[in-house]
Design a protein around this ligand. Structure first.
Ligand code: BGC
Length: 357
């Protein structure tokens, strides 16, 4: 089994003709396209040289967001008039592959995916030099920026679709990363000082007395998604002391020695397993820090989790944090999603970096 090839095949097969990446084609709740998952899948495909696939995804995002232009204008009007929007007034978290909003209830109102797609598109254009694509998508980029500018300090669901009433540091990092990437390409699209204000706010409110970033404002816990604050969003340099302390806490609290990475200590979703995409994220951070042996060890663990046909799950359930919660999720939604495209996208990202000396 060749995990590189199976990752490419799985992603290609699950990419809809529209360009959307379905999160997990055989898991009923995940037969939708998320901007968050999609951006990392597309970046993985870009890292593997499959730029046409990534391009189709970004073109789909552009078309999909254009359909939401009126919704965004209505929302901005409400905010301007100090009317509090209902959650259904915001942009959704996931779309059907043909770019419609799903009809079933979901934990909508999550902002990080809107930062992720901006970051991913800019990375795609950097890698391919496809400035025509950037120009074609500029209206959708501008719409996203206008949407995020008045909302970035709002409470909203985190990247795990939980805790609606809090402000999450990894969400702020995604917004910083996405908006800075736009600012570098098209400064006129971003209100002056916005990325810097997000960074300053995050570092003022999102660092615990112990000097590490926190999962959400006011908490002391860490979440493994904080890895992206440094790599790739660059809210902190990977060598920054505050990031070093965050990494140390993640290693202490969320890394299973010799195994994978948990999302956060209180995670009960499917009992709280080890996530493939987070193991890959930690490997990515290690590569940036020159800790390649540890990155390789994580990649070996990931490879060992693939099925015979090279499919990776969302999470591995062998060493659960809260085993008593596993059965309720399995009864509700069936076995853990496999293949999860985001897991495969992350493998492609890490592999491409390990190949470089
Ligand atoms: C995860 C999200 C992800 C979604 C689709 C959820 O369970 O918490 O981060 O976007 O699945 O993969």
């Amino acid at each position: 089994m060749n995990l590189h090839q199976s990752s490419l095949d799985i992603i290609r097969t699950a990419q809809a003709p529209s360009g959307a990446y379905v999160a997990a084609p055989t898991f009923s709740q995940y037969r939708y396209a998320w901007l968050r998952d999609g951006a990392w899948i597309a970046y993985g495909m870009d890292c593997a040289g499959q730029h046409d696939s990534a391009r189709a995804f970004y073109t789909w995002v552009g078309r999909t967001l254009e359909k939401q232009r009126d919704r965004v204008e209505r929302l901005l009007d409400m905010l301007a008039q100090n009317v509090t929007p209902a959650d259904a007034d915001y942009l959704p978290t996931r779309f059907t592959p043909d770019g419609a909003i799903g009809t079933d209830d979901w934990w909508d109102f999550q902002l990080d995916g809107y930062g992720a797609w901006l970051w991913g598109l800019a990375a795609h254009v950097d890698m391919t030099g496809d400035r025509a694509l950037w120009a074609a998508l500029e209206p959708a980029v501008a719409l996203t920026v206008r949407y995020l500018a008045p909302l970035w300090q709002s409470t909203n669901y985190d990247c795990w679709e939980e805790h609606r009433d809090q402000i999450h540091v990894s969400t702020l990092a995604a917004l910083y990363g996405g908006l800075s990437a736009v600012q570098r390409r098209s400064p006129a699209l971003v209100p002056g000082g916005l990325p810097e204000a997000i960074r300053a706010f995050t570092l003022q409110t999102g660092v615990a007395p112990g000097g590490h970033l926190v999962k959400s404002l006011g908490s002391d816990a860490v979440d493994a998604s904080l890895l992206w604050a440094a790599v790739p969003y660059g809210l902190l340099d990977v060598e920054d002391e505050r990031f070093a302390r965050t990494l140390a806490r993640i290693e202490r609290d969320l890394r299973r020695p010799g195994g994978g990475v948990y999302r956060y200590a209180a995670d009960v979703y499917y009992g709280g397993g080890e996530w493939i995409l987070l193991a890959a994220w930690l490997a990515w951070v290690y590569i940036e820090l020159g800790r390649r042996a540890e990155a390789r060890e994580l990649v070996a663990w990931i490879e060992a989790q693939a099925s015979e046909d090279g499919a990776l799950p969302e999470q591995v359930s062998d060493h659960l944090l809260h085993p008593a919660h596993f059965a309720e999720w399995e009864a509700r939604w069936g076995t853990v999603a496999r293949p999860l495209l985001w897991s495969h996208g992350m493998v492609l990202i890490v592999e491409s970096r390990l190949e470089k000396p």
